[in-house]
Design a protein. Structure first.
Length: 297
């Protein structure tokens, strides 16, 4: 069969239709009760009527500029048909206030779109969800697939990984754009160059630097990756990538710039010791003694 534009469009729409809340509900009912699609549709109609479910009702968990998206569970193996995959919700940020206004003013629509691509795919992944390129193009960015492919190709050329469902088998070798920003700093790029290259704001680069500095500091105090993740409130994967980066550049050639980056961010005692009441007591006591002696980073 020759695939025309119309057929391709229908196939894309069919894939997108699999990832609606209604379809997730229908599949769950069919699999859980072994009923027919007709019966599951009837159950859905009754459920919506009884619970007065209305798509126009606001969701208190979503802030202005955010939206809910549905993607494939990260645990679903690559190559498995979408129709058989478990779908999950995630909350992503489409508009990030003044940061996005600055990116658009300085780097145009292309820069803003690329910034959103990096942000929403990273946010989804942190929630255990992988978005497809169809999701990004048709449900989130409202752009063409060619445009999206061109943006992803740009990041790939910069060795920046964009975690989408289609690239699931590549997850691991690529690094987060946050880690890439720190690596460019270690390579003595200035924040203005990095912000332009990654379509970020200078403030966001400084936030990544602050987080990296905290991760390194805690690692030096004997915290393991899980404890650092818990304390700094970032994913285990990001912690490990930051630590790998530190180990890679922790040598004579880069000691000066590495020390400069780490010491640029002064950590307060409150930042770490009071990060959470459930922090292991022995580590908390070690840090209290450390700060009482005035041996701060």
């Amino acid at each position: 069969m020759i695939k025309t534009y119309k057929i391709n469009k229908q196939q894309v729409q069919k894939r997108l239709d699999l990832k609606t809340l209604e379809n997730v509900f229908l599949k769950s009912v069919e699999q859980g009760t072994n009923c027919s699609p007709f019966e599951s549709q009837a159950i859905l109609s009754i459920t919506k009527k009884i619970f007065m479910l209305d798509d126009s009702q606001p969701d208190d968990n979503i802030k202005p500029g955010q939206m809910k998206a549905i993607g494939v569970s990260f645990n679903e193996p690559a190559g498995k048909p979408l129709s058989s995959c478990r779908m999950l919700e995630c909350i992503i940020t489409i508009y990030n206030g003044k940061d996005d206004d600055y990116i658009r003013a300085t780097q145009g629509i292309t820069g803003l779109r690329r910034a959103i691509i990096l942000r929403v795919t990273a946010q989804a992944l942190e929630q255990g969800v992988l978005l497809t390129q169809d999701d990004l193009a048709f449900h989130i960015l409202h752009c063409g697939l060619r445009t999206l492919n061109r943006d992803i190709r740009y990041f790939k050329e910069q060795n920046i990984f964009v975690p989408t469902r289609g690239m699931q088998s590549d997850i691991g070798p690529g690094i987060s754009h946050k880690v890439k920003a720190i690596e460019l700093l270690l390579q003595r790029k200035n924040t203005h160059e990095i912000a332009k290259l990654l379509y970020h704001t200078i403030d966001s680069i400084e936030r990544y630097t602050h987080t990296f500095s905290r991760v390194v500091y805690l690692a030096k105090q004997g915290f393991d990756a899980q404890q650092i993740s818990f304390t700094v409130r970032i994913s285990d994967n990001l912690v490990n990538q930051y630590l790998d980066l530190f180990n890679k550049y922790n040598n004579k050639k880069y000691n000066d710039i590495l020390d400069s980056i780490c010491r640029a961010t002064k950590l307060s005692e409150h930042d770490i010791i009071n990060s959470d009441d459930n922090q292991p007591g022995d580590k908390k006591n070690l840090l209290k003694i450390h700060f009482q002696r005035g041996n701060k980073l």
